[in-house]
Design a protein around this ligand. Structure first.
Ligand SMILES: Nc1ncnc2c1ncn2[C@@H]1O[C@H](COP(=O)(O)OP(=O)(O)OP(=O)(O)O)[C@@H](O)[C@H]1O
Ligand SMILES: [Mg+2]
Length: 288
């Protein structure tokens, strides 16, 4: 898996797989999104970044149809989610897998039971077939076979992340949403997860939307980035986004940690970026 890189860009004219237009989300007087647009192209690993509380998870819930925005539209594979009936919506939801930021697995179920659950909910299959499919997914994400019978509390943090990924892949979705998949992992485990993601993206031809604070993960895996700033999203290739003059973006990518990483992991981003010195005093807690 050593020779894995972020996926190449899509040819011009390709239709987005996920198209978000004019999203408005607010809680009382707090406006989280105010006219947010986002496009995710087929076959890319699209990273969503932004300060804590900028509305990344709220955006994910909106895209997944778990939250109705005050305004705006979400299209998945060209279909407007707000215009679908319950049966059509269920069919669309089978086309994506998700790992949530909190509550990755059901704690009362073993790993195998967690992975079997979405399959059993969608397909009437005999128990031994369900078992076989669950074990296949568990091995696919690099977990040992014996992990299948363990409960989440008996797994390491990295194993929990992999098990959640196995469950997200249970129905072979072409589209994967990950909310902070490497949060809480040590750098070696996080790097191994990134390699797994690149390997799965390439071999299963996945499109991945990943919320992350982790700059290492961004440089290793993403080909385009959407930054939530000022209640909207600024999206571009990694090479271009690092040149964006917005103070938060400058501080995030060119703060002390960002500089080390871009030189180590993506020399091409360094070659293209604007002269330094435009960084703002603070970018909140974006770099952690
Ligand atoms: N159900 C809710 N009721 C009220 N406020 C909410 C609700 N859900 C989210 N918020 C608020 O919306 C804002 C954005 O929350 P969100 O969880 O999307 O942040 P985030 O960008 O994912 O942050 P983090 O990086 O810490 O995960 C926060 O101020 C949060 O308190
Ligand atoms: Mg969040």
């Amino acid at each position: 898996m050593a020779d894995l890189h972020p996926p190449p860009p899509c040819p011009p004219g390709t239709e987005p797989l996920v198209a978000v237009r004019g999203i408005v989300n607010s809680f009382g007087a707090q406006v989280v999104h105010d006219g947010l647009d986002m496009d995710v192209m087929p076959g890319e690993i699209f990273g969503i970044v932004g300060g804590s509380g900028s509305g990344k998870s709220v955006l994910l819930n909106t895209i997944l149809g778990l939250r109705t925005p005050q305004a705006g539209q979400v299209r998945l594979e060209g279909r407007d989610l707000t215009k679908l009936g319950p049966a059509e919506l269920r069919a669309v939801k089978r086309r994506y897998g998700v790992t949530f930021q909190h509550g990755a697995l059901f704690t009362a179920f073993t790993v195998a039971e967690n992975v079997k659950l979405p399959i059993a909910e969608s397909l009437a299959l005999p128990e031994d077939v369900l078992d076989g499919l669950a074990h296949q997914k568990i091995r696919l994400v690099g977990l040992p076979a014996e992990a299948a019978h363990k409960y989440p509390s008996q797994l390491s943090g990295g194993m929990v992340k992999r098990a959640a990924l196995a469950r997200a892949l249970a129905l072979d979705p072409p589209l994967l949403f990950l909310d902070e998949p490497t949060a809480g992992l040590d750098p070696i485990a996080a790097s191994a997860f990134d390699e797994l993601l690149l390997y799965l993206q390439r071999s299963l031809r996945l499109t991945v939307v990943m919320i992350t604070h982790d700059l290492d993960t961004i440089y290793r895996t993403c080909n385009r980035i959407g930054v939530i700033v000022d209640r909207r999203m600024i999206s571009d290739t990694l090479e271009n986004i690092v040149q964006n003059p917005h103070p938060w973006i400058q501080e995030y990518f060119h703060g002390e940690r960002g500089r080390v990483l871009e030189q180590a992991l993506r020399p091409s981003a360094v070659a293209h970026r604007a002269p330094s010195g435009t960084g703002a005093a603070s970018a909140g807690d974006g770099v952690r």
